[in-house]
Design a protein around this ligand. Structure first.
Ligand code: SAH
Ligand code: SF4
Ligand code: F3S
Length: 487
């Protein structure tokens, strides 16, 4: 053992967070909620790496635990407290061994509940909202000196500035598919939703910031970027030409980046789908044929009381325009059942909308009363058993549409981006253009490449495929003649 390693070992044995040198501490991050939290958690790990933290999946060996939380529904928020109960036991067990453990709560519950969290769960040392994670090293220091840290400022510009500085650092190896936040916050104030309160007002990153980060990702091996925002298609960013660009223009720009072969964006609001963006679905082969466009309800009365600001008819017309531009697109959405005042007829209108649209997949939820939102105070709250029955009925319909959509892929040849090893030996898992996972028997060196695959079987969520021999992509363009996908 070298002298340096000896020193490191001694430090580790001491397990003193304050004196442990770089590369010796472990951080366990648990992410709840949406992809924006996934992106934020990854950036937190990036911020913590120079501080000597490496990631662990094992909470027992963590010197620092961060829960990156979600406040969207009551269940999501309450889960944090039950997890904190379990973490308290781990922290106590570590203390018996003379080891320290810091506990931080980040994300939307942190933003919404602030210091209430450490009152309810005294093991929590730091509480910090979604706009403060880049200040994590300083917050950790404050917490280490014994302060209870609560940081819930809305300082989105400083977060975005920091993201760009991070992107300018030397190229880091990245997984083949990555998220890139382009917009945060929401000004729409749907009456059921906490996001405008937890993430603040809508702010868009500039074109330059986004393009720089996307280039950096591509240089690190990313082949597919999903642009993220609570209202991602409402993104409008300043460009260096002095103009304000919309999402369609941004996608056209990103499609030019070498190595970035696939683009996606989520989540979109029906009111922000402009012609340029819809036409991008016709024009850009890089823009994947999948669109998550939540409608929430098929009843005009409920849409109005949700403050969605569009009618079911406008939604139908929008879907028609999108499918005219790209008939191959897999439509996805979100539905809430049991919003206050939802009658059997309103629910039937939602089922009717689903039958007419024919989704490839969708997410659905029972309405959850969220403190501080107008919906929580509305009369005519729907009883829990009615919500349960409606949700089951709706999910059955969506499942049958998903099965039908997947079955329609049988026999097709499509491009698959291989992302990781599969469960079975010799198997890789990739993503189809329509976002289904595709397990395929394939050699490991194909991870990070896009390959033509024949769909030979259908699961409830996945498509099963086999490699088309002799068409290997070497990290650039597809090298073989891929059959047109007919629908
Ligand atoms: N910005 C997106 C939605 C983000 S929240 C949009 O406008 O569509 C993700 C999903 O959570 C929503 O689409 C909605 O279906 C669900 N959701 C939000 N608040 C909810 C609540 N109070 N109860 C149940 N589901 C909710
Ligand atoms: Fe929430 Fe509505 Fe904003 Fe979506 S558009 S984040 S549902 S308030
Ligand atoms: Fe949840 Fe916050 Fe995302 S409330 S859904 S983590 S924006």
């Amino acid at each position: 053992m070298t002298q340096r390693q000896d020193v490191e070992k001694a430090d580790l044995n001491a397990n003193d967070i304050a004196s442990a040198g770089p590369e010796k501490r472990k951080v366990f991050v648990k992410t709840y909620g949406c992809q924006m939290n996934v992106y934020d958690s990854e950036r937190m790990s990036d911020v913590l790496a120079p501080e000597g933290f490496s990631a662990t999946e094992n909470v027992e060996e963590a010197d620092l635990v961060i829960l990156n939380t979600c406040h969207i529904r009551e269940k999501a928020a309450e889960k944090v407290y039950s997890d904190l109960g379990r973490i308290r036991k781990v922290k106590e067990a570590r203390a018996l061994e003379g080891k320290d453990m810091m506990v931080g709560v980040a994300g939307c519950v942190a933003q919404a509940e602030g210091e209430e969290i450490s009152r309810r769960a005294p093991i929590v040392d730091l509480v910090f909202g979604p706009q403060s994670y880049h200040r994590l090293p300083k917050l950790l220091n404050d917490a280490r000196s014994g302060q209870k840290v609560v940081e819930t400022e809305f300082d989105i510009d400083s977060k975005f500035k920091h993201l760009s500085e991070q992107a300018a650092r030397p190229v880091m190896k990245r997984p083949p598919a990555a998220f890139l936040t382009v917009q945060e916050g929401c000004d729409k104030f749907c009456t059921f939703c906490v996001v405008p309160y937890t993430r603040g007002a809508e702010v868009s990153r500039s074109v330059e910031q986004i393009v720089d980060e996307a280039r950096q990702m591509a240089a690190g091996g990313v082949r597919e970027v999903t642009l993220l925002g609570q209202n991602v298609n409402g993104w409008h960013g300043q460009a260096s030409d002095g103009q304000t660009w919309g999402m369609g223009r941004l996608l056209r720009e990103l499609a030019q980046i070498d190595g970035l072969d696939r683009l996606r964006y989520t989540t979109s609001h029906p009111r922000d789908m402009d012609d340029d963006l819809i036409e991008a679905h016709r024009d850009l082969k890089e823009l994947m044929p999948y669109l998550h466009l939540p409608v929430q309800s098929g009843s005009d009365k409920i849409l109005a009381s949700m403050n969605r600001k569009h009618t079911r008819d406008e939604y139908f017309r929008l879907i028609d325009r999108i499918r005219t531009m790209n008939p191959d697109i897999a439509m996805s959405g979100d539905f809430i059942v049991g919003f206050p005042g939802e009658t059997d007829q309103d629910f039937e209108d939602t089922m009717d909308l689903i039958r007419k649209v024919e989704y490839g997949s969708a997410f659905s939820f029972k309405y959850s009363q969220r403190p501080g939102t107008p919906g929580a105070l509305m009369e005519d709250q729907v009883p829990e058993d009615v919500k349960t029955a409606r949700l089951a009925e709706l999910q059955e319909l969506i499942a049958s549409q998903q099965t039908a959509f997947n079955a329609s892929r049988q026999g097709m040849i499509c491009d698959v981006l291989f992302e990781r090893k599969g469960r079975n030996p010799g198997q890789l898992v990739g993503k189809s253009p329509w976002l289904q996972p595709v397990p395929v028997d394939a050699p490991e060196e194909l991870i990070g490449t896009i390959q033509p695959v024949e769909i030979v079987g259908i699961g409830s969520n996945s498509l099963f495929g086999t490699l088309i021999a002799g068409h290997h992509d070497s990290g650039g363009m597809i090298t073989g003649g891929v059959k047109e996908i007919a629908i």
